[in-house]
Design a protein around this ligand. Structure first.
Ligand code: LRH
Ligand code: MN
Ligand code: MN
Length: 430
């Protein structure tokens, strides 16, 4: 029996008010898709089976390096964070797992697992953190971690990653995501080649500690916090790492970690082709690693990424098993609302990509009919698939309108009364 954080009566009441309109919209869309040779129920079933992991750090209010404006009822630790994640899952039915960050989420792993089980939540990839110093840590990561010039610092970072795996094992996770901030701020500060050699050696030690059924995901990022050079700066370097490490190593694509205007969907295609796509950290951005809500700035790009994923599914691409996670920072919205809206936008992009008529697209591509090839994609993107996503949620016991149901539940007011205010601070992302 799962503990549901929102009263089922509230969800039922909200659904009752919206059910008739949804039935009409779904049947109208069904007729339209039927004319296009698409079975709407088949698409709905696929959307219903899609899940994306919630980042534990995303349910707290984020901030920038200038300030952090605390929100009401912020989670006090991992157990509160799991409660918030359970709300997102109960209402959207699209987020069955949580991705933890260590040491931010450090607590008794047996108790974390028990709480996850009680809430019906599983655990996706574990994230290690050697980009900031933890309280009581012996050596500092100020000048790097896995690539540090000092072997003792590298060893500490290796051990932290191994500890993160050990915690993940208790939770039933099957992957470790490693993102490091290592790099340099000024030309001359670091020797590119030596630093990368040190990083690779350290990662080999982490790789050697992976359980047989685990994978390791390395995540590249163009810049920040290092402003001149970053060790794992792009997907090319990331691919080299995965090649050097071995068959359990894959490249993670965080949508915010690329230079402006980079063709991210093409990177995705390349990684799929060479069987090295780990999965995603979904978010959206306008300028850099903005960590804005998925689909809020450039939904077409999100659709194009999913177009590659559905194409891989359609072609039955070998060893294709991406992990889907969100990685966002919510500074001015209620994080639960932002995460629900993001999960829905990610499902929307998936549903739209499922509508692409692939044999027709291929024929236009083969015939070099550029305009019609483009229009074939656009036709899928321009279809309002909202009724499909809502129906998928409803079929699984979720809310037709998750944000309306959440607001009606007054969950935030309830937890605000239980959780003392943390106050703002000038700290970074969490
Ligand atoms: C780095 C990053 C990485 C971290 C997370 C908090 O920018 O994307 O995934 O673990 O943010
Ligand atoms: Mn990320
Ligand atoms: Mn990031």
């Amino acid at each position: 029996m799962t503990d549901l954080p929102i009263s089922e009566a509230i969800v039922a009441e909200n659904n009752k008010a919206a059910e008739a309109a949804l039935a009409n919209d779904y049947s109208a869309l069904g007729e339209q898709l039927d004319r296009r040779g698409i079975d709407i129920d088949a698409v709905t079933r696929k959307v219903a089976s899609f899940g994306v992991a919630i980042p534990s750090w995303g349910v707290g209010t984020g901030g920038t390096r200038f300030a952090r404006f605390a929100g009401p009822g912020e989670p006090r630790g991992i157990f509160d964070k799991l409660d918030d994640c359970a709300v997102i899952q109960q209402l959207t039915r699209a987020t069955p797992t949580v991705s933890l960050h260590i040491p931010w989420d450090k607590a008794d792993p047996v108790a974390i697992k028990a709480k996850g089980d009680a809430l019906g939540l599983g655990f996706d990839a574990m994230n290690s953190n050697t980009f900031s110093d933890a309280k009581d840590q012996a050596l500092s990561y100020k000048f790097g971690s896995l690539s540090h010039t000092d072997k003792a610092v590298r060893q500490q970072a290796i051990e932290h990653n191994i500890e993160t795996i050990e915690i993940g094992r208790v939770l039933g996770s099957k992957a470790l995501t490693v993102w490091i901030g290592d790099g340099s701020n000024f030309p001359g500060q670091s020797n590119f080649t030596r630093a990368f050699e040190r990083y690779l050696d350290a990662m080999k030690a982490v790789y050697a500690a992976l359980p047989d059924d685990w994978r390791v995901f390395t995540e590249h990022k163009l810049y920040e916090p290092a402003f001149y050079s970053t060790i794992v700066q792009d997907w090319g370097t990331n691919y080299l790492i995965a090649q050097e490490l071995g068959p359990k190593a894959f490249c993670l694509v965080d949508l915010g970690h690329h230079a402006p205007n980079v063709n991210i969907e093409m990177i995705v295609a390349r990684l799929i082709q060479f069987r090295k796509l780990a999965g995603f950290h979904f978010n959206d951005s306008k300028y850099g690693d903005d960590d804005l809500d998925a689909g809020s700035i450039n939904p077409f790009q999100l659709f194009l990424v999913f177009n590659e994923l559905v194409d891989a599914e359609y072609r039955k691409a070998e060893a294709f098993d991406p992990a889907y996670m969100i990685d966002q920072s919510h500074n001015v919205t209620d994080p639960i609302e932002s995460l629900m809206a993001s999960a829905i936008e990610i499902q929307r992009a998936y549903a739209q990509a499922l509508l692409v008529d692939r044999p027709v697209l291929e024929a236009f591509q083969e015939a070099n009919d550029v305009l019609m090839a483009r229009e074939t994609l656009k036709r899928a993107f321009n279809t309002d698939v909202s009724p499909i996503i809502a129906k998928a949620r409803l079929a699984k016991g979720g809310a037709i309108d998750p944000i309306a149901a959440y607001r009606a539940s007054a969950y935030r007011a309830r937890v605000t009364a239980e959780r003392p205010a943390t106050g703002g601070s000038s700290s970074g992302i969490v």
